[in-house]
Design a protein around this ligand. Structure first.
Ligand code: AMP
Length: 425
């Protein structure tokens, strides 16, 4: 006996209402990015493994434990991309986009892959929408990055709180690292083995630890170590954000990846449970140089599509302009076919005509299940009178109208367009 085939652990298919929500989120995001002057880029789903180990840091959780890697027949090592920034930066360097003074604004959307332990809101293949802005170091650009992400979430009606922090720069972070490291050493006996290991390579990450984070309430914070330039940057960033986006300070926000400097931020939702981050990002002024390009300031964010959509889902089930045409008898098939096309031409969603071969009751139930708002019924009676019976699938009200007035009737009833009332029979 063959076993039933299943999607791999931690993956799922996007379909139905969830897929509709993804499409809406993507189209809102595209419109927002257009307003901010970004253009879309699509990079490969896999890259040389080295790109990620160099950019994310060889000791980051993602690189250490979560990459799906493989070798090709030439024994070259590749990894499915665990995030979008590294590939975009690789493109920036490879294409020499760094011509003096040039600013580049790119956005992407697509799947990412991490071999994480699956749980609610955490998948092994998940989708991200993100942006990368190269060539400007001004704090106003950090503020615009946060604002663009906020515009997208607002555009799909998802609430959030933005947490912000500054991680300083190459000049001031080492002083903080040292202070934090000394503090962590004094707590060493209370920490897990994992944290002790992290402490040696990147003490900031210990603050991220689920197990140990709560024990470190009195740890030193970066803010008190910021150099004058980083402090000014941070203050300006906040004032540019102004009242457009309300923010919360989170001195413990360090982000899991190595490449951030100065501004970091995370959009969180209190409706998500343990995996509460909707989007995150920050400034990464050293990454382009680290990967072999010229020193180039940059800032970006990535939004978790799966999580945002889980907060949108439901709204998409019943679009206002969704109708089903049901033929009730063979002679009405042709008219039904024409009617479906006429309603579609007015911008409505109309699937291929439901046939008379199944019972009307079952067809109406199927229409309601599929999310349609109206059923347009054509039987021999309607055919003889040149009418159509239009049933509102929510209220169950039914009216017979002239077939030539069906579209106008639907537009008016659905409240989508104001047109002259159709004549009812
Ligand atoms: P990161 O690249 O880790 O900063 O993630 C950016 C955003 O992507 C997060 O805020 C989440 O919304 C989303 N995300 C990250 N990892 C996963 C995952 N395994 N499954 C679903 N969403 C994720």
């Amino acid at each position: 006996m063959s076993t039933k085939l299943k999607a791999p652990k931690g993956t799922r298919d996007l379909a139905g209402a969830e897929m509709s929500a993804v499409i809406r989120l993507e189209s809102v995001a595209r419109a927002v990015f257009r307003r901010y002057g970004f253009s879309e880029i699509r990079t490969p789903l896999f890259e040389h493994t080295e790109l990620f180990s160099r950019s994310l840091g060889a000791t980051s959780d993602v690189v250490e434990k979560e990459m799906f890697t493989f070798t090709d027949r030439g024994e070259r090592m590749f990894a499915l991309r665990p995030e979008g920034t590294a590939g975009v930066v690789r493109h920036f360097i490879e294409q020499n986009l760094n011509v003096q003074g040039a600013v580049h604004r790119l956005y992407y959307m697509g799947p990412m892959f991490r071999a994480e332990r699956p749980q609610a809101g955490r998948y092994r293949q998940f989708w991200q929408i993100g942006s990368e802005h190269f060539g400007q170091s001004e704090p106003s650009v950090d503020a615009d990055t946060v604002r663009a992400a906020a515009d997208i979430l607002r555009g799909v009606g998802v609430g959030f709180v933005v947490q912000i922090n500054s991680l300083g720069c190459g000049a001031c972070r080492p002083l903080y690292r040292k202070a934090l490291s000394d503090y962590l050493h004094s707590k060493r006996s209370e920490l897990t083995e994992e944290s002790v290991k992290r402490m040696a390579v990147n003490p900031l990450r210990v603050l991220d630890s689920k197990a140990d984070g709560p024990k470190l309430g009195d740890a030193p914070v970066m803010k008190t170590y910021l150099c004058p330039e980083c402090r000014v940057h941070d203050e300006k960033f906040r004032s540019f954000l102004g009242s457009a986006v309300s923010v919360e300070e989170n001195p413990r926000l360090v982000r899991g990846l190595d490449y951030y400097s100065r501004t970091v931020f995370e959009f969180v939702s209190d409706r998500l449970g343990a995996q509460n981050a909707l989007a995150a990002g920050g400034r990464y002024d050293e990454l382009v140089h680290l990967l072999g390009g010229p020193p180039t300031p940059a800032v970006g964010f990535a939004l978790g599509v799966d999580r945002v959509v889980s907060l949108m889902a439901g709204e998409e089930k019943r679009p206002q302009n969704f109708a089903v045409v049901i033929s009730l008898a063979e002679p009405a098939d042709e008219e039904a076919f024409q009617l479906a096309e006429a309603v579609r031409s007015a911008g409505w969603i109309v699937p291929p005509v439901f046939s008379h071969k199944k019972k009307m009751k079952n067809q109406l139930a199927a229409a309601a299940d599929s999310g349609a708002r109206y059923a347009l019924l054509l039987g021999e009676d309607e055919l003889a009178k040149r009418t159509v019976s239009i049933k509102n699938l929510e209220t169950r009200d039914q009216k017979q109208v002239d077939i030539s007035a069906a579209v106008a009737y639907l537009q008016r009833e659905s409240g989508l367009f104001h047109s002259a009332p159709a004549q009812e029979r």
